[in-house]
Design a protein around this ligand. Structure first.
Ligand code: ADP
Ligand code: MG
Length: 315
């Protein structure tokens, strides 16, 4: 963790005392910050380097902020404020003290079915709100953009098999210790940098048009929602086994595998994961977007609807 004395100073950000750096992106650094006035608690501040961006990229930041302004859901990071100086944009966000879900997967190696369900149901509630209420598609759902509040949730453990590239990792002890040192409470979707408004939530019509919309536009809108569903399938797969469904050293080979939907429930890592979970994933990792599960179908699946106590390993 960076020490406070090393925190940079930004013009026009006087209200906030930067505490430490929480993450970064192509054009941004994200800091944890305290309110100097004491009125608000801690926040996250995404400081975007305007001076490195072209007008298109700047417009995208404003779009990201505009989309976030209109969202209000317990599983979506809230926009607290937005301001800018000559060189920077300051996006003040609700702080997610746990950080990225990504780091938690690395730490725990993989999640139990109960913990995976606890996580993915919250992601799904946010997606349902985006797709069905707000007319927004996120388009960048991945473990780095899923943040959380820590909570003492204790997942049921199952013996930890070795995974590819796992040779020099710690065994069970690490996993148990990870569980004990704080689980995952509330999940929040972050990063609306690639998201898009597909229809107007006021008029319930595709954006910018009333009644003259061509069928391919209506279809496009359905397709764009389905990209979030594919990504949820990838996230759920990764939560349950600790590695992604599609991977290859070569980008060309990887692209080909994704295009063909070429993935497997690799033995022995998937041997003890329920057939019901695998069935749900296969309905998300379906190449044909028309056949892929919608958010409504996802939420109605038996694996999602079952309670923690009912979870049983595959026969
Ligand atoms: P980018 O578009 O550059 O990916 P993000 O909005 O995803 O920007 O932020 C980058 C990283 O900063 C995230 O992956 C996360 O680690 C951290 N971060 C962003 N927002 C928050 C927040 N509200 N609370 C805690 N950490 C955050
Ligand atoms: Mg991001």
């Amino acid at each position: 963790r960076t020490s406070r004395s090393k925190m940079p100073q930004y013009p026009g950000l006087d209200r906030w005392i930067l505490v430490d750096k929480m993450g970064d992106g192509a054009f941004s650094n994200v800091y944890r910050a305290k309110d100097a006035t004491g009125e608000l608690g801690e926040v996250a501040i995404k400081v975007v380097r305007k001076f490195e961006m072209n007008s298109n990229q700047r417009a995208n930041i404003l779009k990201e902020v505009q989309i976030m302004r209109n969202l209000d859901h317990p599983n979506i990071v809230k926009l607290v404020d937005f301001s800018e100086s000559r060189q920077y944009y300051y996006i003040i966000l609700e702080l997610c003290p746990g950080g990225e879900l990504f780091h938690q997967i690395v730490r725990l190696t993989y999640f139990s079915e109960d913990l995976s369900r606890h996580v993915i149901v919250q992601v799904a509630k946010a997606i349902e709100y985006l797709h069905e209420t707000s007319g927004v598609v996120h388009r960048d759902i991945k473990p780095e953009n899923l943040l959380f509040y820590p909570a003492p949730f204790v997942p049921s453990t199952h013996p930890k098999p070795k995974q590819p590239g796992d040779e020099d990792k710690e065994d069970e002890g690490d996993f148990i210790a990870g569980v004990g040192s704080g689980g995952i409470g509330t999940i929040k979707i972050a990063d609306f940098g690639l998201s898009k408004v597909i229809w107007d939530s006021q008029t319930m019509t595709p954006c910018g048009t009333v009644g003259y919309t061509a069928p391919e536009i209506v279809k496009d809108e359905r397709y764009s929602k389905s990209v979030d569903m594919w990504a949820m399938g990838c996230v759920l797969y990764t939560l349950l086994c600790g590695f992604p469904p599609f991977y290859d050293e070569s980008i060309q080979v990887l692209t080909e595998k994704v295009a063909r939907g070429q993935y497997t429930f690799l033995s022995p890592w998937w041997d003890d994961i329920s057939k019901s979970a695998q069935d749900l994933i296969s309905h998300l990792l379906t190449v044909d977007p028309e056949k892929r599960y919608s958010i409504k179908e996802f939420l109605a699946h038996p694996w999602i609807r079952q309670t923690d106590e009912e979870t049983t390993p595959a026969a």
